[in-house]
Design a protein around this ligand. Structure first.
Ligand code: AR6
Length: 176
């Protein structure tokens, strides 16, 4: 775990399982249906129990780059913010702006719901194949841009599932 301060917001990185984090909101890397899947999405629904899916069914899906909020069932978080990152198809299909929007929409929705602390997985870098190096640059840019315009969030945590992803984020954040 490592912490950085950017203006008045803490940015922290941690290697681990996002379903175990005690925080106001965790972000789910969902798909357009919001009806569950594998990866972090599957882990969140498994650990959170059926209430999250029940609520998701009432939402009616989510376009790529947008975000929707539900309760967090049995998780230690208060909310789950479900966002949909792009499927990486070579990089010339608006992937960069869609991934940026997924982070920005999640942060904006968090701010609107009075959330002070939020944890993200590395959206789109698993089943959706976004190269982690580029995805990390976009995630960090979206986070810094958000903080430049808002001071509502106290902590933004990045939860990395592998040591390699953690080390990459650490190298990049050491430069800001
Ligand atoms: N905690 C933190 N990170 C995790 C966890 C976890 N418990 N489990 C996996 N990761 P992915 P995507 C990491 O595939 O690429 C689903 O089926 C994982 O190692 O979960 O956005 C959805 O329903 C990777 O670094 O999400 C969609 O259909 C990162 O989370 C699709 O996958 C994202 O990998 C979305 O694909």
């Amino acid at each position: 775990m490592k912490e950085y301060m950017y203006k008045s917001t803490k940015i922290s990185i941690i290697k681990g399982n996002i379903t175990k984090i005690k925080i106001d909101a965790i972000v789910n890397a969902a798909n357009n249906s919001l009806l569950g899947g594998g990866g972090v999405d599957g882990a969140i629904h498994r650990a959170g129990g059926p209430d999250i899916l029940k609520e998701c069914k009432t939402i009616g899906g989510c376009p790529t780059g947008e975000a929707r909020i539900t309760g967090a069932g049995k998780l230690d978080a208060k909310y789950v913010i479900h966002t949909v990152g792009p499927i990486y198809r070579g990089g010339n299909n608006h992937e960069e702006s869609l991934l940026y929007n997924a982070y920005n929409s999640s942060l904006t929705l968090g701010g609107e719901n009075n959330i002070k602390t939020i944890a993200f997985p590395a959206i789109s870098t698993g089943a959706y194949s976004y190269p982690i190096d580029e995805a990390a640059d976009i995630a960090i840019k979206a986070i810094l841009d958000f903080i430049d315009k808002n001071n509502s969030l106290e902590e933004i945590m990045l939860v990395l599932f592998s040591q390699g992803d953690y080390d990459l984020y650490e190298r990049k954040l050491n430069r800001i």
